[in-house]
Design a protein around this ligand. Structure first.
Ligand code: SF4
Length: 485
């Protein structure tokens, strides 16, 4: 399996997207389309499990893009039936050297029938659970934290699969949005804090569960509502939707970085347009960190809505100063050294005619290691810009995420070792400003900013305040600033 893309190592990566459909013929075709729309949440591998009353469960798991694997008619014909779930993945928890047995959905055969599960998030006590389960005789097939759920279900004494899943998930700490299926039911569950997204949609006579609403749009499904934090929905093939709240109720702590970067801008989260939140972040940034300049340019594509907002608020013209090569996918996944040295230029190019002699504000979504930011600054200066000012649509990323996002170790995060002035000097730009945490919260729909006594979102990668203690990592020596529980 190819390694992570060589030019994508300076971004945080969402690890997974999940999608499921029940009550339509050839549900797997809908799932393939849904996973294609969720490809931004994981490009390493994807899998689909379907169930047909005559043929039972069928499964296909593959490395690579959905469009390269789940578009052939002959393959899709091996996934018949009115019920299917799927998963796209970017590897983090589990083996870094990817193996097909780590690719979801996972399947388990129980005395009352089979079940498949697809998990978005990260189980923060997975190591402890795995140790306990292995001591009691469980035989793991993969290195994925998500497989713990199947083994916990196998040990449950409950008499049906949804109840076994409840039992299993009560033992699990961390973040989970799970889409699962039995022979006749589609199941969706979110962890009590609702860290990762999950929405419910309706398509014809059937129902859909998806990480994001953009994947409902692609199959013509109607958005019904978000699955609530701590909620489990069980949907039958006949169309009945049962809802339950099997976990202790907690205040929601949705991942605020979904608004900044992970989710697609055409998705809607909790009734809020992701695009509009990002544009509003640009408005807040322009108020908090104004600067005299000639142009506001996004670092494409994720900086675009914030750059538009910055331009609208500041009155400084918006311009496409950097052009992205749309076809720079994984074609150069194992480039030669010569091509590798071209670095970010393979992916982004400066619009020289526009930039020359201008004072440029560059708006980007985040600074992780800072390596890409430096290269982009060099490209802009090489093109003859008079000044370069970075404005960043998230606060400094100073802490790793343990809830389903791939982050470098803390020492490798630029903001973990430098303050804002030091980062400005390190990047070699005329000015550098990040949006404040309060500004980000205002843009994300909290008019009074962050409630420090009881924050409305998870923002641990900025604040260091982890809403669920990352117990496996603490056991390995990771020092948290604070851990609520
Ligand atoms: S730590 Fe950051 S990326 Fe991870 S869930 Fe919290 S806000 Fe999202």
């Amino acid at each position: 399996m190819p390694p992570a893309h060589p030019f994508d190592d300076d971004k945080l990566h969402e690890e997974c997207g999940v999608f499921g459909v029940v009550g339509v013929s050839d549900a797997a075709n809908f799932v393939a389309l849904g996973l294609h729309a969720l490809q931004h949440r994981g490009q390493e591998a994807g899998g689909i499990v379907s169930h047909d009353p005559a043929e039972g469960f069928n499964s296909v798991r593959r490395f690579g893009y959905v469009r390269d694997n789940f578009t052939s008619q002959s393959l899709m014909q091996t996934l018949p039936g009115p019920l299917a779930i799927g998963h796209v993945r970017y590897s983090t928890a589990g083996s870094k050297a990817a193996v097909i047995r780590d690719v979801q959905p996972f399947f388990g055969e129980f005395s009352m029938g089979g079940a498949a599960i697809a998990h978005n998030g990260n189980i923060t006590n997975a190591n402890a659970l795995r140790r306990e389960l292995i001591e009691r005789g469980s035989i793991f097939q993969s290195s994925s934290d998500s497989e713990c759920i199947i083994h916990l279900m196998a040990r449950s004494l409950q008499r049906n699969i949804p109840e076994r899943m409840e039992d299993a998930l009560r033992r699990v700490e961390g973040a989970f949005s799970v889409v699962a299926m039995t022979r006749t039911k589609l199941i969706g569950v979110r962890d009590p804090l609702g860290v990762r997204p999950l929405v419910l949609g309706k398509v014809a006579e059937g129902w859909v569960l998806s990480s994001e609403t953009c994947a409902l749009d692609i199959i013509g499904a109607e958005y019904v509502r978000d699955i609530e934090p701590g909620e489990m929905v069980v949907i039958s093939e006949q169309g009945g939707v049962e809802s339950a709240f099997p976990f202790r109720r907690r205040k929601s702590r949705f991942c605020i970085f979904e608004h900044v970067y992970f989710s697609r801008p055409d998705s809607v989260i909790g009734g809020r347009s992701v695009y509009e939140t990002r544009r509003q972040i640009g408005v807040e940034l322009a108020k908090e960190a104004p600067v005299e300049a000639d142009l506001v340019c996004p670092v494409p594509d994720s900086g675009t809505p914030a750059a538009i907002g910055f331009s609208q608020e500041s009155g400084i013209p918006y311009a496409m100063g950097i052009i992205r090569n749309q076809y720079m996918g994984r074609t150069f996944i194992e480039p030669t050294e010569q091509i590798r040295n071209m670095g970010v230029r393979l992916k982004l190019n400066v619009n020289r005619a526009l930039i020359k002699g201008k004072r440029v504000i560059l708006v980007d979504d985040s600074v992780v290691r800072g390596t890409t930011s430096r290269k982009i600054k060099d490209m802009i200066l090489d093109a003859g810009a008079a000044e370069v000012h970075f404005r960043i649509a998230s606060p400094p990323t100073a802490w790793p995420c343990f809830y389903g996002v791939d982050t470098p170790e803390r020492e490798k995060l630029l903001a973990a070792t430098m303050n804002e002035d030091e980062m400005r000097d390190h990047l070699g730009v005329d000015s550098l400003r990040f949006i404040s945490l309060d500004g980000l919260y205002r843009a994300a729909g909290a008019p009074d900013g962050r409630d420090n006594a009881s924050p409305q979102y998870c923002d641990a990668c900025f604040s260091g305040e982890y809403p669920v203690a990352p117990s496996d990592m603490i056991e390995k020596g990771f020092e948290t600033k604070t851990a609520a529980e």
